[in-house]
Design a protein around this ligand. Structure first.
Ligand code: PEP
Ligand code: MG
Length: 928
């Protein structure tokens, strides 16, 4: 603490002003000194709303509000450039700063007719941070600056309100002591030292609330605070308001580099170089009695987007009282009765702010003795639901253009619109026990189960279950389908659980590292709470939160209209607005959006969400349904080609039937079908019981099964016998799959539905791998066309998932009619980083700024992206019209979609519930 305090004060002299520096001598040619300070007041401002990088969001908007005639208390903004200078010069200031601050302060003093530290008309100011993007609560603020032993008496006399004066003084001492002089809780202390003083005085006075303290007790508190500061720092609290001011300015600039601000910037990708501005502004008081108030308001409801003035206020209070929750604020509508004039003025401000800023505003106001002041405005944070409603209604109100509406809605926020939601009151009562990665948006609540079998069994009984697994594998698929939501304690955003959940539109929280799942004890423990199998658990896949107990949920109206078809779109204004927005979106975008889907149901959902075809069908997922897995296992365990062909013959009708379903559901849209890809071991029965069961079913001795499972064991299955290597070693697998596709296509086409199949070979590294596989596809296609007497048109192409494929893309393009970037594997193989295990070390990488975002969620544009560019160029060199798309999980992530637009791909493909997000991101990319 001591070192922190010393360094905070290092750049100051005894009075707290910057150390004297000789003003830089300027030659007449050097021009004006750089401007570091921007004044605002009396309807004039040096700055403006479009100067956020220099003045921060708060400073720029204070200037803008002043310009448009809103009642803003005068003040000035010190620029973010000074913050950068301060950080780089060991807490020092540019030489011109002191004079510029003095000049601006003099203007403020003139404007309000008060002077800082004046014995008759003292000025009090606030000193607040304000970065380019708001970072709520992350940096420091000081109020009531200018108070000292003499000023407090003058304020008490002038306002005839000693309680107000002494209360303001003690609040200032507490903030100043903490933020500027570093008097804070020491390690091992339970309470903030200022709070400890307050508690002692309240205890002695026998009162519970601060507001019940008398003037004498507040005076005792002021004395106590000053003594505390002296005792902890060895220095007296500075009585000189100039010293206070420079101390506060330094502390606010310094707070840009405090731990919480750094952590926040990392989370929201705010560059450290931006810096914060400092705003020094005349104080106005909402705590001067019954004619004063303070409040916060949104120009529209930030949760629903409804065009109502939404906010709350407290009579006779300072801003911090509204947020602290000690007293319950009143809804803003009530102000019309309590302070009709202020309410009327506020309603005018509301209209003016929206007219001017053309977005929903979040504002802070104070009424001082019946006079309204606006202290801050910024674009309000909102839910996805509100984002859509506000944007669409603002177009209808002719406030913004359709382009603005499309640009302004964060594409990801549509996930919120489609997800089931937790009932707001219910979640407020729930106990949060942990958090993980928000992998599948929405809210799910149900009985926790630890195995797929139990999930299925309990769901069949009509119960809602949440499947909790350490990690999931394809064997869990049926359990995942049966569950309301999936929780894993390991795995990242492209782990199996995450991608399957997203594809199914399931709620999923993955990689919740603090959650311990014990399969043997059948318990889940987190944060001191232990749940037994069957207990209620709730997960929020939009935020990643995990709660013990039941939380009520409701389905999104859009899903009710498009997927469940339980609601008529005409009855749902939310759906109507969504549909309108999406029509605009489709008018702007160039990139097509396809879907990753393996079942007719997923296809129908995706098409309802606007998918223009399938970009990836993972055929292996089809082998887990019903008892197909037995035939699959029989095929894998076969020790001869004959035995394998026999088992494959059992699978053929299943696959054909699936493809018929998919092609029919597509109604003429294209379908990329990928041949078998995962390592074989994923299909194998690993425990003795499953092996015995299989032995009975397929009539093979269990010893033989056990031996074969051991033979097929791989040390590194993701780099093992998978992808096209399966079809290379066992061509009969590819043959069966090709036959299933073409026979299905023939059957569907005979019903009058056009089929546009695109066969995709996975994990190709060598041109000859593709050549051999394509040979099989063409041969089987010719056979089927002859047998069925139909003409089929199809394409054959490959995934680009391995760097070698990117490097020799020109050669591969000789045979491939299309490339689809499998960026899950391409990221894994380019970075040499396991997509399933990276969750354990990637958080540390983010913390140390090695990666800005998770490369499995958002394309690593510098590395993987470069390979994609190379692939595009090499591919087009050989085949100028080669079709290019992406089907990795990145295809539904907005910044990656925008990258794909810039790359000139024809389409992105993503899970059905992300299709609207990709459409919106594609439109935004086109408007960039
Ligand atoms: C990929 O690797 O990006 C891909 C789509 O294939 P999978 O996720 O099935 O490996
Ligand atoms: Mg892959």
């Amino acid at each position: 603490m001591a070192t922190k305090k010393t360094s905070k004060l290092r750049a100051l002299n005894r009075t707290g002003r910057p150390l004297a520096r000789r003003p830089a001598r300027r030659s007449p040619k050097a021009g004006k000194a750089p401007r570091h300070v921007y004044y605002f007041g009396d309807g004039k401002a040096d700055g403006a709303g479009n100067m956020k990088p220099l003045l921060g969001g708060k400073g720029a908007n204070l200037a803008e509000m002043t310009r448009i005639g809103l009642p803003v208390p005068p003040g000035f903004t010190i620029t973010t450039e000074v913050c950068t200078y301060f950080t780089e010069h060991d807490r020092g200031y540019p030489p011109e700063l002191e004079a510029q601050v003095e000049a601006a302060l003099a203007k403020v003093e003139k404007s309000v007719g008060k002077k800082l530290g004046d014995p008759e008309t003292p000025l009090l100011v606030s000193v607040r941070s304000g970065a380019r993007d708001s970072m709520p609560g992350m940096m420091d603020t000081i109020l009531n600056l200018g108070m000292n032993d003499a000023v407090v008496e003058i304020v008490a006399g002038k306002t005839n309100n000693p309680r107000f004066a002494w209360d303001s003084y003690r609040r200032f001492l507490q903030m100043y002591g903490d933020v500027v002089m570093g008097v804070q809780k020491r390690p091992g202390e339970d309470h903030d030292p200022f709070e400890a003083v307050i508690e002692k005085i309240k205890h002695k006075a026998g009162v519970e609330k601060d507001t019940e303290l008398s003037v004498e007790e507040l005076k005792t508190m002021v004395g106590g605070f000053k003594a505390l500061i002296k005792e902890r720092t060895g220095k007296s609290f500075p009585q000189d308001p100039r010293a206070q001011l420079w101390g506060a300015i330094g502390a606010v600039f310094g707070s840009w580099m405090n731990d919480r601000a750094i952590v926040y910037r990392r989370k929201y990708s705010i560059p450290h170089e931006w810096g914060t501005a400092v705003n020094v502004q005349t104080m106005v008081f909402g705590n001067m009695g019954a004619t004063s108030a303070t409040g916060v308001a949104f120009t529209r409801d930030p949760a629903s987007g409804e065009r109502v003035f939404y906010g709350e206020y407290l009579i006779n209070a300072q801003g911090e009282d509204v947020v602290a929750g000690v007293r319950t604020p009143h809804p803003i509508a009530q102000l019309a009765q309590e302070m009709p004039a202020a309410h009327k003025a506020l309603m005018k401000v509301r209209a003016l702010l929206e007219q001017h800023f053309k977005d929903m505003q979040d504002l802070e106001f104070t009424v001082e003795d019946n006079r309204l002041y606006i202290l801050q405005t910024r674009n309000g944070k909102r839910t996805g639901l509100a984002a859509v409603r506000i944007a669409v209604e603002m177009v209808e109100e002719r406030l913004i253009s359709k382009e603005d509406a499309v640009r302004r809605i964060p594409a990801d926020s549509l996930a919120h619109l489609l997800a089931p939601i937790f009932d707001r009151q219910s979640v407020a009562r729930a106990i949060k026990i942990g958090s993980g990665l928000p992998a599948g948006p929405g809210a799910a609540s149900g009985h926790v189960v630890f195995s797929a079998e139990l999930a299925v069994a309990r769901a069949e009984k009509g119960e809602k279950v949440v499947l909790a697994r350490i990690e999931t594998s394809p064997e869990d698929l049926r359990g995942m389908i049966a569950a309301e939501g999936i929780l894993t304690s390991r795995g990242g955003v492209s782990s199996h659980a995450a991608l399957v959940a997203r594809q199914m539109g399931k709620v999923c929280v993955c990689g919740a590292a603090g959650v311990q799942i014990d399969y043997s004890k059948r318990t889940l423990s987190a944060n001191g709470v232990t749940l037994k199998e069957g207990d209620y658990i709730s997960i929020d896949g939009t935020t990643g939160e995990v709660f013990a107990g039941e939380v009520t949920t409701a389905a999104s109206e859009i899903v009710q209209v498009l997927v469940d078809r339980s609601l008529d779109g005409k009855q749902s204004p939310t759906y109507q607005q969504y549909a309108k927005l999406m029509r605009w979106v489709d008018g702007f975008r160039k990139l097509k959006v396809r879907t990753n889907a393996d079942t007719p149901e997923q296809v129908v959902n995706a098409v309802a969400f606007g998918a223009e075809g399938i970009g990836l069908t993972r055929t292996e997922h089809m082998f887990f349904e019903g008892n197909r897995i037995d035939a699959m296992r029989e095929m894998i365990l076969a020790e001869s080609k004959e035995a394998r062909v026999k088992a494959l013959a059992k699978l053929l009708p299943y696959q054909r039937k699936d493809f018929i379903g998919i092609f029919t559901a597509l109604r003429g849209l294209p379908a990329t079908i990928r041949f078998l890809d995962p390592p074989l071991h994923e299909f194998l029965p690993h425990d003795k019981e499953q092996q015995l069961d299989l032995s009975r079913k397929i009539g093979v001795p269990v010893e033989q099964i056990t031996r074969r499972v051991q033979e097929l064991h791989e040390f590194n299955p993701m780099l093992g016998h998978r992808g096209c290597r399966l079809g290379i070693v066992y061509p009969e697998i590819s043959e069966m799959q090709a036959r299933a596709v073409f026979e299905a296509a023939a059957a569907v086409q005979k019903k009058g539905i056009k089929v546009r199949e695109e066969i995709m070979i996975p994990l190709v590294a060598f041109p000859r791998e593709l050549k051999l596989q394509i040979g099989i596809v063409h041969r089987v296609a010719a056979e089927v066309m002859k047998e069925k007497k139909v003409k089929l048109t199809y394409l054959v192409g490959t995934m680009i998932e391995i760097p070698r494929a990117a490097l020799v893309a020109d050669e591969i393009a000789r045979d491939a009619e299309f490339f689809s970037f499998g960026t899950n594997d391409l990221t894994q193989t380019t970075l040499g980083m396991s997509r399933d295990d990276s969750g354990t070390f990637l958080p540390a990488y983010a913390e140390l700024d090695i990666v800005a975002t998770n490369p499995f969620a958002s394309i690593d544009q510098k590395g993987v992206g470069k390979l994609m560019e190379m692939t595009r160029d090499l591919g087009r060199k050989t085949r100028p019209d080669i079709k290019l798309g992406i089907c990795g999980e990145h295809g539904g992530e907005p910044s990656s979609v925008k990258f794909c637009h810039r790359l000139g791909l024809e389409y992105v493909s993503c899970s059905p519930f992300r299709v609207p997000i990709a459409r919106l991101a594609a439109a935004q990319a086109a408007l960039e």
